[in-house]
Design a binder for this molecule. Structure first.
Ligand SMILES: NC(=O)c1ccc[n+]([C@@H]2O[C@H](COP(=O)([O-])OP(=O)(O)OC[C@H]3O[C@@H](n4cnc5c(N)ncnc54)[C@H](OP(=O)(O)O)[C@@H]3O)[C@@H](O)[C@H]2O)c1
Length: 237
């Protein structure tokens, strides 16, 4: 590590966000983690600050995020991992489920960027890293709403990358295929069980570390990750 950084990670209580928090703490960085519930598996480190916040409660977010940004002017990287999957044909979604998924998977991330952007721009070198998905690259069956949330995130990342090019803010997006996390617990399918059928959360954390450690004069715009052999298993009803 060249410099000790203060890194905000959404979705730090589980899966990709948690693996990333653990990896970056091991590297000596300070982490501020956002999730709804850290009680189930706390991260025990003096360098970890947990912030329990429901990113799906979109109306409350502007005030909560403005307060968080004011409390932590030292944040010089934001990693956007919070999100969930919901799949099905369009008629299987209620209207409320459509906007709730968009709120969590896209709008909350735009709000976090909005709250922290001014202070990130003041730093000589700062990072914004989004966790997109293979669903941000290709629309898939039963994925109309989930893919739309991830396409929105990727479009936002690309536009922000241009918008920030006159500053020290490095904007990147990482698009994983199926990652072995609790993401699949509520879904009717999951990856195959062979180690070649999934990405580890730690693999994504390694990609994030590569992005953060990049030379300041260079931006890693986008990284795509996939399992060696894609296998999708449907659970028995
Ligand atoms: N796993 C995959 O195959 C895969 C593939 C491509 C992309 N992704 C993307 O990667 C991201 C992370 O997924 P994951 O696999 O790490 O899933 P995960 O293990 O289920 O973790 C999701 C994280 O998001 C947080 N979260 C969920 N709803 C939230 C809310 N309303 N407010 C605040 N935090 C919330 C969860 O914390 P709490 O429950 O404590 O709030 C948890 O920390 C998601 O954006 C997902 O779309 C996943």
């Amino acid at each position: 590590m060249t410099k000790r950084r203060t890194i905000l990670i959404s979705g730090a209580s589980a899966g990709i966000g948690r693996a990333t928090a653990e990896r970056l703490l091991a590297d000596g960085h300070r982490i501020i983690g956002i999730a709804r519930d850290f009680g189930k598996c706390p991260i025990d480190s003096p360098d970890f600050t947990c912030v329990e916040m429901d990113l799906g409660d979109i109306k409350a977010l502007p005030e909560q995020l403005a307060e968080l940004a004011a409390q932590h002017p030292e944040v010089d990287a934001v990693i956007h991992c919070a999100g969930r999957g919901r799949f099905g044909s369009l008629e299987e979604f209620s209207y409320k489920q459509i906007y709730k998924l968009m709120d969590l998977n896209f709008t909350s991330h735009a709000f976090i960027c909005r709250a922290f952007m001014a202070q990130l721009k003041q730093k000589p070198h700062s990072n914004i890293v989004f966790i997109g998905s293979e669903a941000a690259l290709q629309g898939t069956q039963k994925g109309s709403i989930y893919c739309a949330t991830k396409f929105a995130l990727r479009g936002f990342a690309q536009a922000l990358r241009q918008e920030c090019s006159g500053s020290g803010v490095h904007v990147s997006i990482i698009n994983p295929g199926m990652v072995k996390t609790g993401f699949f617990d509520q879904l009717n399918f999951r990856h195959g069980e062979d180690a070649a059928n999934y990405i580890e959360a730690a693999d994504v954390a390694t990609a994030i570390k590569t992005v953060l450690d990049g030379r300041p004069g260079m931006v890693i715009d986008e990284i795509n990750l996939s399992p060696l052999k894609k296998v999708v298993n449907f659970k028995k009803p």
